[in-house]
Design a protein around this ligand. Structure first.
Ligand code: R5P
Length: 303
């Protein structure tokens, strides 16, 4: 079956890169605005009887991107695409993965449910925040973990005496995978609450004299990395500090925080728009990784 990549204007660069990797044509949807701000989506290319890969990241503002995603999927369906796969580089709201107090919404599940309602034959997602997210979608899910790809990008530049660090207990499995791949020891920064709710960071594992490679799924405000960097220095870690995170949101003064934390190199993917940083960084493109996943016949897809 012939295939085509479909994307909205925000994902034009990414869509083009994926279409090149897959050697498929690209349909960049026109998204016009009515005077009241409503979106109006039109596909300028024919997708009838084609196997469509729709590319949409839930960038900020995520609500707008979610509506756009639903309109794009609907346009493909109404044009009678044979099959529609969603490639979702970044799922917003995924950190809302549990309810800790009465009256709280489970944001991650709600947003994944809304994505699913758009109607996909298959969803390909990248480094979802927690395992809870694996059960949220109502379509067959292919979950790509790109930590190993990011790790390979820095393997040759890591000092011999390095330790892989998870900045919290929740990310320990993710960091352990990278540690195994690189043949390095693992340490974990444990956040504990002291008296008067002060957060204390203790480092579990032997890090003295070692250069840290901190592994996380995302950097938002940079607060987690800054706190981990501080705890690691106090525990005797030495420079350089390398940080590896799939999703570089970098909101607010995150970049200043990372600079103040003396991050020597940040390795991240292009799941979100990339920008110039005032310190060395390596961007690992997702398109080749996703292209090879898309080429595999998906085992859970009945078609
Ligand atoms: C936490 O559970 C996540 O894995 C990240 O560590 C966190 O969301 C990063 O956010 P920030 O950069 O704002 O600390």
């Amino acid at each position: 079956m012939a295939r085509i990549v479909v994307c909205g204007p925000e994902m034009a660069q990414f869509g083009a890169a994926l279409a090149r990797e897959l050697d498929e044509s690209l349909c960049q949807a026109m998204v016009e605005r009515f005077p009241d701000g409503e979106m109006h989506v039109i596909l300028p290319e024919r997708v009838t009887d084609l196997d469509v890969t729709l590319v949409q990241s839930l960038l900020s503002p995520a609500g707008e991107r979610l509506v756009e995603l639903s309109l794009l999927a609907d346009a493909c369906r109404r044009a009678r695409a044979a099959r529609v796969t969603l490639f979702l580089p970044y799922l917003a709201y995924a950190r809302q993965d549990r309810c800790t107090r009465r009256g709280e919404a489970l944001g991650g599940e709600v947003v994944a449910g809304l994505v699913s309602l758009a109607g996909f034959d298959r969803i390909v997602a990248v480094d979802l925040h927690s395992d809870a997210a694996l059960g949220w979608f109502r379509a067959p899910l292919q979950h790509l973990s790109v930590g190993p790809d990011l790790a390979e990008a820095v393997r040759s530049s890591l000092p011999a005496s390095s330790v892989v660090v998870s900045p919290d207990l929740g990310g320990a499995k993710r960091a352990e995978r990278v540690a195994k791949l690189l043949g390095k020891p693992l340490a974990i920064v444990h956040k504990t609450r002291g008296e008067r709710e002060v957060i204390v960071h203790r480092v579990l594992g032997d890090v003295r004299g070692q250069a840290p490679l901190v592994v996380d799924d995302m950097i938002s405000t940079g607060g987690t990395i800054a706190a981990a960097a501080d705890a690691l220095r106090q525990a005797g870690c030495v420079p350089p500090l390398t940080v590896l995170a799939t999703h570089a949101l970098l909101v607010g003064d995150a970049i200043d925080r990372l600079r103040a934390a003396q991050v020597a190199c940040l390795v991240h993917s292009d799941s979100l728009p990339t920008r110039e940083l005032p310190f060395p960084n390596v961007v690992v493109p997702l398109a080749p990784i996703v292209a090879s996943a898309l080429r595999e016949e998906f085992p859970w897809n009945p078609k």
